[in-house]
Design a binder for this molecule. Structure first.
Ligand SMILES: Nc1ncnc2c1ncn2[C@@H]1O[C@H](COP(=O)(O)OP(=O)(O)OP(=O)(O)O)[C@@H](O)[C@H]1O
Length: 255
């Protein structure tokens, strides 16, 4: 069965992969206190592809950073599986991010002197992790990089570079992949390729993906879109279309 089709409210549904409870983040700059997150409760289930949207300054990046252990919330909790990541020490967080979370950024963050293949394998080498050859081959074929494995990043298009970054993030089958504006630097054709790949890896590899985006078209590839305003989760759409997402976003910006 397709894991993304699991009803999360069913009594036999598996527990969510990521759970945030009453998450707050206050930035105190001396003169002002900004409530970047103001009591956010959210869950992400295995194989779900979720987009986080909201007007500029609504707290999207702060939420993703707190979920991923890149930033520490002022209060509230975040669990990844059974691990409560809020409260972990820096060294423990570093290992957790390395071993259990995948990251995709707007800038592809590839090392220029390494080939596509070497870039994809690098995190596993650093972590001294055995590479699952079958998964490697499957991912390479799904992202369509077979003919490009020996190329340096400079010889690849932007879309191909981002596909290398996506393959790198997925290779270790992390419990969750966080993607921060993954198509922000891509032309629309390359962006579509990357989004289609993210969608198929959620559906076919049951990969849990959480993506921050400003783009309603990008968000329409997700199964669910959650909307933030002023640090609060205020709306949600399942099976989104770009039109529906645009309308909801417009409503938030006008409110
Ligand atoms: N380091 C910081 N110090 C002070 N205020 C901050 C800091 N980081 C973020 N903020 C504030 O917190 C709020 C949420 O910021 P955040 O970057 O999470 O929003 P966003 O929705 O990701 O915005 P954008 O869409 O513009 O990237 C904003 O008001 C922002 O100014």
């Amino acid at each position: 069965m397709n894991a993304s089709a699991v009803d999360p409210h069913s009594p036999v549904a598996p527990p969510p992969v990521v759970v945030a409870r009453d998450l707050t983040k206050v930035y105190d700059t001396g003169e002002t206190r900004v409530h970047a997150l103001d009591g956010v409760d959210v869950e992400f289930h295995r194989g779900a592809f979720t987009a986080i949207m909201g007007p500029s300054g609504s707290g999207k990046s702060t939420l993703m950073h707190c979920l991923a252990g890149l930033d520490v919330p002022t209060s509230g909790s975040v669990h990844l599986g059974r691990t409560q990541i809020t409260g972990l020490r820096d060294a423990e967080l570093t290992l957790l991010r390395r071993d259990r979370i995948g990251f995709i950024f707007q800038s592809f963050n590839l090392l220029p002197m390494l080939t596509a293949e070497q870039n994809i394998l690098l995190p596993s080498q650093i972590a001294k992790r055995r590479v699952d050859k079958e998964r490697f081959d499957r991912i390479i074929d799904v992202v369509g990089l077979r003919e490009r494995l020996r190329h340096l990043p400079a010889k690849l298009s932007g879309g191909q570079q981002q596909r290398v970054a996506v393959a790198r993030a997925l290779l270790n089958a992390p419990e969750v992949v966080y993607a921060d504006e993954p198509t922000g630097n891509l032309d629309s054709r390359s962006g579509t390729e990357v989004l289609e790949f993210l969608r198929s890896s959620a559906k076919e590899l049951h990969q849990t993906i959480v993506m921050v985006t400003h783009d309603p078209v990008a968000a329409s590839y997700a199964d669910r879109v959650v909307f933030l305003r002023d640090g609060r989760l205020v709306d949600e759409v399942t099976e989104p279309t770009a039109e529906l997402v645009s309308q909801r976003l417009l409503k938030l910006e006008e409110a």
